[in-house]
Design a protein around this ligand. Structure first.
Ligand SMILES: NC(=O)c1ccc[n+]([C@@H]2O[C@H](COP(=O)([O-])OP(=O)(O)OC[C@H]3O[C@@H](n4cnc5c(N)ncnc54)[C@H](OP(=O)(O)O)[C@@H]3O)[C@@H](O)[C@H]2O)c1
Length: 271
């Protein structure tokens, strides 16, 4: 699996299994299948309510811990200095791990909350409980506010990115600051599968629609988090390294940009 090097030298597999809206048995099985089939990167969050099952699947996989890249996230109501430390410890316990590879502030909730949470995350990093820290759903102005007080730079900004919302400007800003973009909802949370244009590109290459949607992002150096609880799809979603998109494909794919947002704009998030 191709890897991306973060600004602290740590490497992250460019494809990770998403686990949002995957519950209990489903998430346990999907993480087991993913790990058995070669995935080494799993994305969860406290708010998904599945850290316990993700952790159990990791443990039962018997894969050496250092081969895995595990991300979880700090929920909005837990932001703040002390509350971040407590929320992190709760997540770590549920996951049954000694450390996580990446801990993200899930949404921007104002400058003070972000700064206080970040300070706690930096200390957890220094204590060896987190290898890398980053943000999610941060616009440029949110990152600039965070950088005013941050001692450690975020390694990643995990945001909604797909063909309808390619986030070119955010990518340019983040990369000029050493921050990698990570795409959530890379298949439009399932909405991509009825798109006839993408279907044509997929047929041309004898690949799936998922493969085309993910390849377009990975070719831009973006880390992707496809979610599935179905074995066939989990296996298929990572088969994107044996073909190339050509100019004709890129013209069609770039035309899908319509500004579609499935999740709130981080400047207007009410939860
Ligand atoms: N930071 C954030 O605020 C945030 C927000 C949203 C998501 N995320 C992360 O990003 C991950 C991905 O986002 P997402 O789950 O919203 O959407 P997604 O990965 O774009 O799409 C998932 C949907 O597509 C279906 N699917 C997956 N592979 C398929 C295939 N090969 N063929 C047909 N259908 C397929 C899945 O159904 P089945 O499961 O039934 O296969 C599911 O309904 C999440 O799971 C989560 O880890 C983060």
């Amino acid at each position: 699996m191709q890897k991306v090097t973060l600004n602290n030298g740590i490497q992250i597999p460019i494809i990770g299994l998403g686990t949002f809206r995957a519950k209990e048995d489903d998430v346990y099985n999907s993480v087991r299948i993913a790990l058995e089939s070669g995935y080494r990167h799993i994305d969860t969050a406290m708010i998904y309510g599945n850290e316990l099952e993700v952790g159990k699947a990791i443990k039962d996989s018997d894969i050496p811990r250092e081969e895995l890249f595990i991300t979880t996230k700090l929920w909005n109501s837990d932001q703040g200095y002390e509350t971040t430390k407590k929320a992190f410890d709760d997540s770590l316990k549920k996951l049954g791990l000694k450390y996580v590879d990446l801990y993200l502030i899930h949404w921007y909730k104002g400058e003070q909350k972000a700064a206080d949470s970040w300070k706690a995350m930096e200390e957890l990093c220094e204590a060896g409980k987190i290898r890398s820290i980053g943000v999610s759903n941060f616009n440029v102005n949110h990152i600039e506010n965070l950088l005013k007080t941050a001692k450690i730079k975020p390694v990643i900004n995990q945001v909604e990115i797909h063909l309808g919302l390619p986030q070119y400007n955010l990518q340019e800003y983040c990369e000029s600051n050493g921050i990698k973009l990570e795409a959530y909802a890379p298949m439009q949370s399932g909405g991509i599968f009825t798109n006839e244009d993408i279907k044509k590109v997929a047929l041309k290459h004898n690949k799936s629609i998922a493969n085309i949607a993910l390849k377009f992002l990975v070719d831009r150096g973006i880390i992707v988090l496809p979610k599935s609880i179905k074995e066939e799809r989990i296996l298929n979603n990572k088969n994107i390294f044996d073909f190339s998109l050509d100019e004709e494909d890129l013209t069609i794919l770039k035309k899908q940009w319509n500004g579609m947002r499935l999740f709130p704009d981080p400047d207007n998030c009410s939860f």
